[in-house]
Design a protein around this ligand. Structure first.
Ligand code: C2E
Ligand code: MG
Ligand code: MG
Length: 571
């Protein structure tokens, strides 16, 4: 709301107004004149506009102005202003970050001086504010120090090492799946999220460690004297915040963080190599599943170089019609009578030297390059073909197929699935699509819409790796799935840990009460199975105890022709 305030007749501002009005038309800088006694300030219109102030004559400016100043700079501003008000000085020069009408922090230089009246009394405090464009050290989204300042400060830290021998570490943080937040909502909301994350990281940093905002969704710190454990501690504290779901402006989002770390001088002698190596470590942290901290080393560097050539090799494989890909199949058995119920199709890839690569080493690369879209279609078609073939022998056998979020977003996927099922004349109820919990990122409405489409056709939907993601219970509540697959993480500890056992037991009960079925993954030991059978009452089980993933021919021999294989092992 605009304010219209009159200058009191006794104020010196009235006398200066004529000059102020002339200057404000010609002067590039923003002008202000402050009468401390009356506590009112006259401001040039450009200043009012840039900072969306309620008028050009305002009461109590110190209060409203300090609300716009970056939290890290408020203390300096207040101290300098107090020195003027308490007559300790007649002049001040100060640089600070302040939020403009676009909600961006800009660096300003403020130069003010006390003017006395004819009797020598302090009457006004007048001055100019100018934008520090070229020397700006602030990131405009978060107000944090920017990448230029990071470079300057890293160079200073290296100089300091040369003179004192004191090293340290650089850590670059990257927000996982940030582009999904931007895509799901919008860039403005994305900026708010970055601001929020920036504040959180700042809050947990040890005293004296500054946070910088680099390009995109990356932040960085220079952590002097730090060793491995210090960085690990810091990262764990950060995870305590990021591993849960957040809400901002009534919108829900998830944002874990990955981090890459280098130590100086060990991992690089200059800024460029240190920065590059920290980025390499960050990329590897993301490639190995995100929400991870990775330390740079020769070995990580070689892995990164390999991942670049791996990406090219994968591309060639896809262009060659996916010939180097193969599906393995793992049996899923009835939890009680251990008869064969279905199989999960698990992707394998043979690299150019014929070596088989495990999914965790290439699926993140397929997702990142979106090659998962054509490869996923190949997987779907192969799996449907195999399922149809097996139904000649086991009429009710089902096939579970993993699907990535990237595939779900692909507009051609739904039609492809329908068309493929029609071509092979397979009943939709024979097919289960598994979507990993950590992939179901933020947009539940979208995921539910896609799920509903498939469920209407009769296809089953499974929530994979349940319990490893961020907020499993909210997933259960908000997503419409038919099957929940409880991750091996829980099964691993049920023999030693009552809590995990009860967690499985109650999750199964909860799922059953709302009509979902439960598959328990990763059962390796007879004792684990026995306990699950006695207490947890799941519907199906998938685990090494009943069979490891195997090539098609082996699966047929071991689990279809000789189904007794699935039973004798237990009793
Ligand atoms: P997932 O979908 O949860 O598949 C189960 C994984 O657990 C498989 O690993 C399987 O070998 C492993 N597993 C099963 N039983 C046991 C057990 O008793 N003990 C242990 N330690 N592990 C067990 P795999 O084949 O390495 O696949 C890893 C992940 O790669 C899959 O996890 C899935 O998320 C992804 N993946 C595999 N194939 C595809 C695919 O075609 N498309 C997509 N998007 N992802 C896939
Ligand atoms: Mg799966
Ligand atoms: Mg799983």
């Amino acid at each position: 709301m605009k304010q219209h305030i009159k200058i009191p007749p006794e104020s010196m501002l009235g006398k200066g107004k004529f000059l102020f009005d002339i200057l404000k038309e010609t002067c590039e800088e923003y002008l202000f004149a402050y009468d401390a006694k009356a506590n009112i300030t006259m401001l040039s219109p450009k200043l009012v506009q840039e900072f969306d102030l309620p008028g050009d004559i305002l009461p109590d400016i110190i209060k409203s102005w300090s609300q716009l100043i970056h939290p890290d700079d408020v203390a300096n501003y207040v101290t300098s202003t107090r020195e003027i008000l308490e007559h300790k000085t007649d002049e001040y020069k100060l640089e600070y970050r302040i939020k403009n009408r676009q909600h961006e922090y800009v660096w300003m230089h403020c130069h003010g001086k006390v003017i006395c009246d004819s009797s020598g009394e302090r009457a006004l405090f007048v001055g100019t504010l100018s934008r520090l464009v070229r020397r700006s050290r602030a990131d405009i989204v978060t107000g944090l120090l920017n990448k230029y300042q990071f470079e300057i400060d890293v160079k200073a830290a290296l100089d300091n090492f040369r003179s004192t021998g004191e090293g340290g570490s650089l850590v670059i943080f990257g927000v996982d799946n940030f582009k999904i937040i931007n895509e799901t909502y919008n860039r403005f909301f994305g900026d708010l999220v970055l601001n929020r994350i920036g504040r959180k990281i700042e809050n947990i940093l040890p005293a004296g460690v500054k946070l910088y905002k680099l390009d995109g969704d990356e932040f960085a710190i220079i952590y002097s004297k730090a060793i491995n454990v210090d960085v690990v501690d810091l990262f764990q504290s950060l995870q305590r915040y990021t591993n849960s779901q957040h809400e901002l402006d009534k919108r829900k989002y998830l944002c874990t963080i990955s981090a890459g770390t280098v130590f100086f001088p060990k991992d690089g002698k200059n800024y460029l190599s240190l920065h590059k190596h920290a980025e390499v470590a960050l990329e590897l942290a993301k490639q190995s599943g995100k929400n991870k901290l990775c330390f740079f080393s020769k070995e990580t560097y070689n892995r990164w170089v390999k991942s670049i050539s791996l990406r090219d090799e994968l591309k060639v494989s896809v262009e060659n019609g996916c010939k180097e890909f193969e599906l393995f199949f793992q049996p899923q058995v009835d939890a009680v009578d251990r008869t064969l119920k279905g199989a999960e199709a698990l992707l394998r890839w043979h690299n150019s030297r014929g070596k088989m690569v495990a999914p965790m080493n290439f699926i993140p690369l397929l997702e990142e390059t979106k090659l998962i879209i054509p490869v996923g279609k190949w997987v779907f078609e192969e799996a449907v073909k195999v399922c149809k073939e097996w139904q000649e022998l086991v009429p009710d056998i089902t096939m579970s197929i993993n699907v990535s979020y990237e595939q779900l977003k692909d507009v051609t996927f739904k039609e492809f699935v329908q068309d493929c099922m029609a071509r092979y004349n397979i009943a939709a109820k024979s097919i289960t699509l598994e979507l990993t919990e950590s992939c179901i990122v933020s947009d539940w409405e979208f995921v539910n819409r896609e799920f509903d489409f498939f469920r209407k056709q009769g296809v089953n939907i499974a929530m994979d790796d349940f319990g490893t993601g961020y907020s499993s219970l909210s997933y259960l509540k908000n997503l419409s799935t038919d099957i929940v697959k409880i991750d091996r993480e829980f099964v691993k500890k049920i023999l030693q840990n009552d809590f995990d056992k009860m967690l499985i037991e109650y999750t199964v009960k909860l799922c059953h009460s709302v009509g979902m079925t439960v598959c328990i993954e990763g059962v390796e030991e007879k004792e684990e199975y026995q306990l699950l059978l006695d207490q947890c009452k799941a519907d199906t089980i998938q685990g090494y105890l009943f069979g490891r993933p195997a090539p098609k021919a082996d699966f047929v021999r071991k689990f279809i022709i000789d189904q007794e294989n699935l039973k004798v092992k237990v009793i």
